[in-house]
Design a protein around this ligand. Structure first.
Ligand SMILES: *[C@@H]1O[C@H](CO)[C@@H](O)[C@H](O)[C@H]1NC(C)=O
Ligand SMILES: *[C@@H]1O[C@H](CO)[C@@H](O)[C@H](O)[C@H]1NC(C)=O
Ligand SMILES: *[C@@H]1O[C@H](CO)[C@@H](O)[C@H](O)[C@H]1NC(C)=O
Ligand SMILES: *[C@@H]1O[C@H](CO)[C@@H](O)[C@H](O)[C@H]1NC(C)=O
Ligand SMILES: *[C@@H]1O[C@H](CO)[C@@H](O)[C@H](O)[C@H]1NC(C)=O
Ligand SMILES: *[C@@H]1O[C@H](CO)[C@@H](O)[C@H](O)[C@H]1NC(C)=O
Length: 315
């Protein structure tokens, strides 16, 4: 028997009622609304700066709220949360609804003014792959709890401070303890964190724990030199930033062993010795910054003259 299409369309509501089967699409319906609203209610933020939080609750399905993404599989679980640039100035503590979002993989709280130490409950977010707390206003010691986030691929705790001292520090735990279980890390951005460690210590801490590192950014970290040869174990390194640390050491020849290096930034590092010519032979190198330092006489004696004349003359 052939039933015309329009008849089927007509029958659908009756079939649903009588079969008891719910045909309403549940896939993608948010299941994390309660912790999200708890989070919003606990945060203090500037309504005029906020573009995301102010618009939460605008639609019934919280997967559609700004700054939120749910799992593709339709589980209704929040996997990404971006609250960057929201004018948040407080209200995050260890019991925040944020830490009940157990399926979270990407979290960006950058550029806010939390003005509080990092809560230990970050350790609850064990599925995190990327954590961006850059210029989020967190202060004090970075807690050991961050080292429990063993799936992290990208970690950004950087601060640009101009006045006043560094906001975050790594003393107890130190850098070695922070990274010891973070073997998946590909990006480590710690600019402006007071790490204040000696050359062989911080170099060995990184080289022994982070075999997949591609981006290492530690400008303004109160690091001292010299650079330790163990760093060559970071074979995938592509971006290496150490500007504004008092290395007071030569640029080591082994930097030429990074076959994927694209950017080497060593401005304001009090470098001495002779700059190794072999670094210019890295075929992938695009950016080399050695600005702002008193180089000793002969520093560039190993450098081919065409390399030095590649910049257009100032003025
Ligand atoms: C963190 O996880 C623990 C153990 O799973 C749980 O008891 C606690 O409630 C969680 N914290 C928050 C703030 O959700
Ligand atoms: C973190 O967020 C800031 C902006 O809020 C961005 O500039 C930076 O690139 C992000 N970090 C990473 C590792 O993507
Ligand atoms: C937030 O951080 C993530 C990863 O760190 C980055 O990919 C994203 O672009 C950032 N968002 C903004 C608005 O900067
Ligand atoms: C950095 O940390 C070290 C060790 O904790 C401390 O002695 C030093 O005063 C700190 N530097 C600044 C600028 O805060
Ligand atoms: C760098 O490469 C050169 C040439 O392959 C090798 O002799 C040297 O031992 C390497 N240095 C380090 C620190 O691995
Ligand atoms: C850099 O460190 C060296 C050796 O510790 C020290 O003698 C020098 O004064 C420092 N320079 C600056 C600018 O802090």
């Amino acid at each position: 028997m052939k039933i015309p299409l329009f008849t089927w369309i007509f029958l659908i509501p009756f079939l649903t009622i009588f079969s008891g089967v719910n045909v309403v699409l549940v896939s993608g319906q948010c299941r994390d609304q309660r912790p999200l609203l708890e989070l919003k209610n606990s945060l203090t933020f500037d309504n005029s700066a906020s573009t995301k939080l102010v618009n939460w609750n605008s639609t019934p399905n919280c997967c559609e709220w700004p700054g939120i993404a749910c799992d593709d599989g339709g589980s209704g679980r929040v996997i990404s949360l971006d609250l960057s640039f929201e004018g948040i100035n407080g209200g995050l503590d260890h019991s925040s609804g944020l830490f009940s979002l157990q399926f979270l993989q990407n979290l960006n709280l950058s550029v806010n003014s939390f003005n509080t130490p990092l809560p230990a409950s970050f350790a609850n977010l064990t599925d995190l792959i990327s954590l961006n707390l850059s210029n989020a206003g967190f202060i004090g010691q970075i807690p050991n709890d961050i080292s429990k986030l063993t799936k992290l691929v990208s970690l950004d705790l950087s601060t640009n401070y101009f006045l006043g001292g560094p906001a975050l520090k790594l003393e107890k735990p130190n850098l070695a303890t922070l990274v010891q279980n973070l073997a998946q890390l590909e990006e480590l951005i710690l600019d402006g964190v007071n790490i204040s460690a000696q050359g062989s210590d911080w170099c060995k801490a990184l080289s022994s724990s982070l075999p997949n590192l591609k981006v290492l950014s530690m400008s303004n970290c109160f690091l001292s030199g010299p650079l330790d040869a163990s760093l060559t174990e970071l074979r995938s390194l592509s971006i290496f930033r150490l500007s504004s640390n008092n290395l007071s050491a030569p640029v080591p020849e082994f930097l030429a062993n990074y076959s994927k290096l694209t950017s080497l930034e060593l401005s304001s590092c009090q470098l001495n010795g002779i700059f190794p010519q072999t670094v210019f032979q890295i075929p992938t190198l695009e950016i080399l910054d050695l600005s702002y330092q008193q180089t000793p006489s002969g520093f560039f004696s190993g450098v081919p003259s065409e390399s030095l004349s590649s910049d257009p003359p100032a003025q």
